[in-house]
Design a protein around this ligand. Structure first.
Ligand SMILES: [Zn+2]
Ligand SMILES: [Zn+2]
Length: 212
């Protein structure tokens, strides 16, 4: 049984190489180089768009993508989807996995896509002599572009643990932290004793101030 059975996609489909090439160029432009992770990002991005029925350009920020790592992979996802951190359509939830969740903000339909666990092994198997590091790198760069979808990627239908509205929040909302006085935007404050407190002051910060 194919994981792509329930959707209208041929599982053995290989991306249109022209389209892929354009997107990879776009991705590499942001990066000054092209690498296997960017190819994965583009492939994952293309499939996510296809599964949720989106085409670039997407209007009204209807697609939210949540990427589970930072780095080169994100450039590929960004090239394929047009989503970005600065447009507030791409979020990084850095748990160090090469995965992406695609959310239709309107319907809250969500799919998570990641490379198959054995994708490196598959590439090695396709190689004649996987001796040098460089050769393995080049093989991944090539194969990630050519491998059929179901060999390369896995898909899960998922439900977000938080409503998408809370994840995105509304821009332009602002309150002052009742402890440090700094402005907190996009509803990122915590309420303590009915007062807004920024996450840092609420003890959920990512730093501590060095004593003078
Ligand atoms: Zn790279
Ligand atoms: Zn504060």
């Amino acid at each position: 049984m194919s994981q792509f059975e329930h959707i209208n996609i041929a599982p053995h489909e290989v991306p249109l190489q022209d389209e892929l090439k354009d997107l990879l160029e776009k991705s590499a432009e942001m990066h000054h180089h092209l690498c296997p992770r960017q190819v994965l990002g583009v492939r994952v991005g293309l499939l996510g768009m296809q599964l949720l029925g989106f085409k670039q350009p997407i209007r009204q920020k209807r697609l939210l993508v949540i990427v589970e790592t930072d780095g080169c992979f994100v450039s590929g996802v960004q090239a394929a989807t047009g989503c970005s951190v600065n447009r507030r359509t791409l979020r990084i939830n850095d748990i160090g996995r090469i995965g992406v969740t695609f959310v239709d903000v309107k319907t809250e339909e969500a799919v998570r896509i990641a490379p198959q666990n054995d994708v490196r092994q598959k590439v090695s198997d396709r190689m004649e002599n996987a001796e040098s590091r460089r050769a393995r790198y080049m093989a991944m760069l090539q194969n990630y572009q050519l491998m059929p979808m179901d060999d390369l990627l896995k898909v899960e239908r998922i439900q977000l643990s938080q409503p998408v509205r809370d994840i995105v929040s509304r821009p332009f909302l602002r309150v002052d932290c009742s402890v440090c006085g700094e402005e907190v935007i996009n509803e990122r404050e915590r309420m303590i004793d009915d007062k807004p407190v920024c996450q840092q002051c609420a003890g959920q910060g990512y730093y501590s101030v060095k004593p003078a």
